[in-house]
Design a binder for this molecule. Structure first.
Ligand SMILES: [Zn+2]
Length: 465
């Protein structure tokens, strides 16, 4: 008997965790951090609704922390099995988990001023570096599109889905009661034509599809990234000789951005402007992108053959140490600064904002989503004054945004992904990884097209007959 229970990303976006039980053999598909209660309630993640020692195997769709970031906790609490994923996912996953440890450590002791006294909050870290190392030792990397034999009667195939280097949909083929049953988990689905990444590939016909739904009921604009960048650089750096600051996640977005800037400057479309990438994590991640050059899209590979390294060019500099980071914050010439964190919560970007947010000649260009409650969100909604390092600062810098670098497919992409399945053969679509309003929009559209759709509750078990 095959049973599916969604223990995370059920009617919410983070904390992906799905338990697939095949005659008692327990596979966990993804084991991500749940941020739904905010960063300060991380310890809730260690309350697994099952015994970690009972899990036989983890299959990981991709490295993003809301899919991978709780595996070290699972290991810490006794999980003794292996973790199947693609090779880039193993490398990027390890980097992101180590970054999580750094974030836990920074938040471990937090002092907050309350009236006339200082209160210290103690947030013990969810896991330590040694647990990440132990997790990395469990990674078993497998190639895309090559069926991998897990055990008698169970095999899995990883299908590229764009989104992030190494990201995959996972398709299980399971012998059950004399029949072969196919069950696919989409992980996160990317977009066609995304810089450096290959387009998502079709998922073969399956019996059950567990699909993400982040952008259900929402559509991306048709903005062209290079046109957006050209205009922003021209207006900020060339005409007014100011600074363009781009907050970007260190893994994925930064590499796509650097490659797009390389294309712009290699075509000679603009005079040279100094570009600084200021994130140690981005520097490590870029090495992984170089290492897996053969998995990048055809255009990026042709660029490599013609121009050399996609991620380095004359006017680009990767900033190493903190002192240099502080120097570029006060750099007087026009320049572009790419730094993390993307939502402006922590990271070196905070120094750049502190020094430049009151500068009329500065533009802050947002390229990603900023969750409510973050500094990025406050700037995007137009707050005239924001608090940084306990000081109220007036926002004189220009605030701009583009969705051209969103890594998720929109409503149409999600629907088209399901439409590749014959609705006479597909028994059910389960929607996960989305806000309830997005799931409902997607469910309605798919049901109109003749598909059977379920929105699982957390902990609800389905027998896949
Ligand atoms: Zn993702």
């Amino acid at each position: 008997m095959i049973k599916l229970t969604t223990w995370g990303a059920a009617q919410q976006v983070t904390g992906s965790m799905h338990l697939l039980e095949i005659d008692g053999y327990k596979i966990l598909v993804d084991c991500g951090l749940d941020y739904e209660h905010g960063n300060n309630d991380m310890l809730k993640n260690e309350d697994f609704p099952f015994s970690p020692t009972d899990i036989d195997l983890v299959v990981l769709t991709h490295a993003h922390i809301d899919h991978s970031g709780n595996i070290p906790t699972l290991v810490r609490k006794g999980f003794a099995g292996q973790v199947l994923c693609t090779a880039p996912t193993a490398r990027l996953g390890e980097l992101l988990m180590l970054d999580s440890v750094n974030i836990f450590m920074r938040k471990e002791r937090r002092k907050v001023k309350r009236k006339n006294r200082t209160v210290t909050f103690h947030n013990p870290p969810l896991y330590l570096q040694k647990h990440v190392m132990e997790t990395a030792d469990r990674f078993v990397t497998i190639a895309f599109k090559k069926p991998f034999h897990i055990k008698d009667g169970i095999q899995v195939t990883f299908i590229p889905v764009g989104h992030l280097l190494g990201a995959a949909a996972v398709v299980f083929e399971i012998e059950d009661e004399g029949k072969t049953k196919r069950i696919a988990f989409t992980g996160d689905i990317g977009r066609k034509g995304y810089p450096i990444l290959q387009d998502p590939e079709p998922i073969p016909q399956v019996d059950y599809l567990i699909s993400e739904s982040t952008y259900g009921g929402r559509w991306h604009s048709d903005q062209n990234l290079e046109e957006v960048l050209l205009k922003a650089i021209e207006e900020t750096c060339i005409k007014t000789r100011g600074k363009l600051i781009i907050p970007a996640f260190s893994i994925g977005r930064t590499q796509a951005l650097v490659y797009s800037l390389n294309r712009i400057f290699s075509k000679g479309l603009l005079p040279m402007v100094k570009i600084f990438v200021d994130s140690p994590l981005a520097n490590y991640a870029t090495e992984v992108y170089r290492r897996f050059n053969s998995l990048l899209n055809q255009e990026a590979q042709e660029f490599y053959a013609r121009e050399g390294d996609q991620f380095s060019f004359d006017n680009l500099r990767y900033v190493e140490d903190l002192q240099e980071s502080q120097e570029i914050s006060n750099y007087y010439e026009p320049c572009i600064i790419i730094s993390s964190a993307g939502m402006l919560e922590g990271g070196r970007i905070q120094d750049h904002l502190y020094n430049n947010i009151q500068n009329y000649y500065c533009t802050i260009l947002f390229i990603g989503y900023c969750a409510p409650g973050t500094l990025g969100n406050r700037l995007l909604r137009g707050d005239p004054i924001v608090k940084l390092r306990h000081r109220d600062l007036s926002v004189f810098a220009k605030i701009q945004r583009t969705d051209a670098l969103s890594g998720h497919g929109d409503h149409n992409d999600l629907v088209n992904n399901v439409l590749q399945q014959d609705n006479n053969k597909l028994k059910n679509v389960f929607l996960v990884h989305g806000e309830p309003i997005s799931m409902e929009a997607l469910k309605n559209d798919l049901e109109e097209k003749g598909y059977r759709v379920e929105i699982p509750m957390k902990g609800q078990t389905f027998v896949l007959g």
